[in-house]
Design a protein around this ligand. Structure first.
Ligand SMILES: Nc1ncnc2c1ncn2[C@@H]1O[C@H](COP(=O)(O)OP(=O)(O)OP(=O)(O)O)[C@@H](O)[C@H]1O
Length: 336
């Protein structure tokens, strides 16, 4: 029987880029040997997820998630619980496109993104399970969580993670460290933390240095716990994170872990999963090793200058650096 592919696309995302190129995109998957059909998502919740699950159950061989990060996350959530899971491909058309960045898939032209399938390069990617939800990029609690809800989406789209940082500088006085127990692969952190995050890729909001050594299929999350600090201390840490120098900073815990449990002692901690609210802690996070087979561009590409070359991101970086520069060094110590 011919291999079957379903392109699940968000007709509204990225100025309708996918919709406008749909005929060509379908032709690419046909050329790759798939009998290909398309499904346009609707505004109803879980539309992409339900369709992905349906075709997965029907035995389709490939599901193509075409849209923004939200659509891709839904497709993953649709197929992740299935025993027999179809392969996945990604055509980015949203604004941040973190997954496409991590998979080195072209982000400007959806037809070029589709053509990655013709290289026939695939690998089995780790995904995370957070409570009952699945994620492929990041789960976070504390500062980052609040920021994601507060940053207007147009700002988020232009500046990516930089927007979180700039906005974060304004919000930090409101961010209270929370007492929590974090268990990770037999170790425990007990104490106050400003934020924690668990990353699967090294691309978070278009910001590639936060997890400089992330591997997509090592079976482990990169866990970062940010210990409490005053406003300048945290800003300083973020400035270091801009060039990946935070990994050995004593104000954070930086570990690889397969299983992480976060338990706040008595306060509410909202958990952000791939950019959306995903429930409250206590929550257990599991790394599902090599769970989804994914088409990617596995050729070694030149070091990504992508973020740095974006003038808007550069401007955000400059503004952020200015703010951090105004902080006297002696204020950057921990206040715990
Ligand atoms: N036909 C549609 N009409 C209106 N909204 C839709 C439709 N299909 C999906 N949506 C909504 O689009 C959202 C998902 O957007 P998606 O992540 O694909 O793109 P984006 O928001 O442009 O990208 P990004 O997340 O990268 O900013 C979901 O909230 C979903 O309900």
């Amino acid at each position: 029987m011919a291999k079957r592919a379903r392109v699940i696309y968000n007709p509204t995302s990225g100025r309708e880029a996918i919709k406008q190129n749909l005929v060509e995109i379908l032709a690419v998957f046909e050329e790759a040997g798939y009998e290909t059909s398309a499904f346009a998502t609707t505004p109803e919740p879980d539309s992409a997820k339900n369709e992905a699950r349906r075709v997965g159950r029907e035995g389709f061989d490939l599901v193509v998630a075409a849209g923004g990060d939200g659509t891709i996350n839904e497709v993953v959530n649709g197929i992740a619980p299935l025993r027999r899971r179809p392969r996945m491909a990604v055509i980015p058309s949203g604004t941040t496109n973190d997954y496409a960045r991590a998979l080195r898939i072209p982000r400007e032209d959806p037809v070029q993104a589709a053509k990655i399938v013709l290289k026939d390069q695939r690998f089995k990617m780790d995904i995370g399970k957070a409570g009952e939800n699945y994620f492929i990029n990041i789960a976070a609690g504390g500062l980052l969580t609040e920021l994601t809800y507060d940053v207007p989406s147009n700002l988020k789209s232009v500046f990516g993670y930089m927007a979180y940082l700039v906005k974060g500088a304004e919000m930090l006085p409101r961010v209270k460290p929370v007492d929590m127990d974090v268990e990770f692969d037999g170790e425990t952190y007990k104490g106050k933390a400003s934020m924690f995050f668990l990353a699967l890729t090294n691309s978070i909001g278009g910001f590639e240095q936060i997890v400089p050594d992330a591997s997509l299929d090592d079976g482990k999350f990169t866990l970062i716990i940010v210990k409490p600090g005053n406003l300048p201390a945290l800003l300083h840490l973020m400035a270091k994170a801009l060039n990946g120098k935070h990994v050995n900073d004593r104000r954070i815990i930086y570990r690889k872990a397969k299983r992480v449990k976060v338990k706040p002692v008595d306060e509410r901690v909202m958990v952000n999963i791939d950019g959306e609210y995903g429930g409250d802690a206590p929550m257990t996070f599991k790394n599902l090793h090599r769970h989804i087979e994914m088409y990617a561009n596995l050729d070694k590409m030149p070091d990504d200058a992508v973020v740095a070359s974006d003038p808007e991101v550069q401007e955000a970086e400059r503004r952020f650096a200015e703010e951090v520069d105004q902080i006297p060094d002696d204020e950057t110590d921990l206040d715990d």
